[in-house]
Design a protein around this ligand. Sequence first.
Ligand SMILES: [Zn+2]
Length: 404
Amino acid sequence: MSTSLLYHAFGIRGYRYTRTDYRDGQTIFTIHQEPETCRCPACGSHEVQSRGRVERRFRTLPIGRRATFVVLPIPRVECQACGVVRQVKIPFADPRRSYTNAFERYALELGRRMTIRDVALHMGVSWDVIKDLQKRDLWRRFAKPKLKHLRHIAIDEIAIAKGHRYLTVVLDLDSGAVVFVGDGKGAKALQPFWKRLRGSKAVIEAVAMDMSPAYREAVSTHLPKAQIVFDRFHVMKLFNEKLSDLRRALHREATDVMQKKVLKGTRWLLLKASENLDEEKDEKKKLEEALALNKSLAVAYYLKEDLRQFWEQPGKRFGTSFLDGWIKRAEASGIKMLQQMAKTLAAHRSGLLAYYDARITSGPMEGTNNKIKTMKRLAYGFRDREFFKLKILAIHETKYELVG
Ligand SMILES: [Zn+2]
């Protein structure tokens, strides 16, 4: 083994190579640091006296499938200037870890293409070792995103587990990046975000969110000048949930077998945008048949399709008369679900119309949510919550593939 190979293959330089051992399928290089190269790790002084050595073993890059280690008796020195005995610095590894920097870099590189499990298996270490080094790397790069440039943001809660466990996510609507992930939902989850935002001196112009009061009050308090937009994505999501409830209730009440069957088959068709109905699968015909059988479902469905037009108006004035017209029609429909929706929209009227000033929607949040769902399926989320949160912050970093 030449010192040049030690340097080029393992990033180790400035040591004397002592020997190589082959034991139990492992390759072990022993290296040595000469006393004259030792310096005080605190002040850098060469005026030091040797105070023994502490042997350490670091896992480094495998050679093929063979686990490879570097053994170094690390000198301990007493500094004349500091008067303290310390272990000298080692440039090729963090003394708190059991592996070299080269090992860490290689594991991170593989982690961009392989699951944690696969990397751990390939490199002969535990799942936790690989997860922890990924976590530190994510922390360095994503834990504190710059907020200074933020102008338009979206705030949303995401369920991360059954039984009401939530995270609150803040998205930069201009870049699409996740800029904050908080524990829980509601105003409390946002506290650390406000603190960091104040420090950044960012000027937030508009915030997209759903119509629940949870974030609304928090934003009014902390960003009194920002415009609140109850966005299209959430309004339509709420409407679709109510539409599904209506269909379910009608299905429950239906006594006719045929009618029950038709109602069951329209579950997804009702929620689809009408222009996306698949002609080849006869979706349009199927839906029309179902609607012909259920007047209230038909009214609700057409008012849903109609409501989507609210965001397609040429400007705020048209938007206003459209919204007021829609609310009137829903109120007059005699259908409880639509009347409730009309009441909700009327109560949030200015925040809905704010769309025509700010032109934002948390639609991009949907894509982020879907990616988070994929990560949840990969199951590492719950073993380490902080790691999961960092993965969400890195979600738009294409270098970090969504591998487990
Ligand atoms: Zn010193």
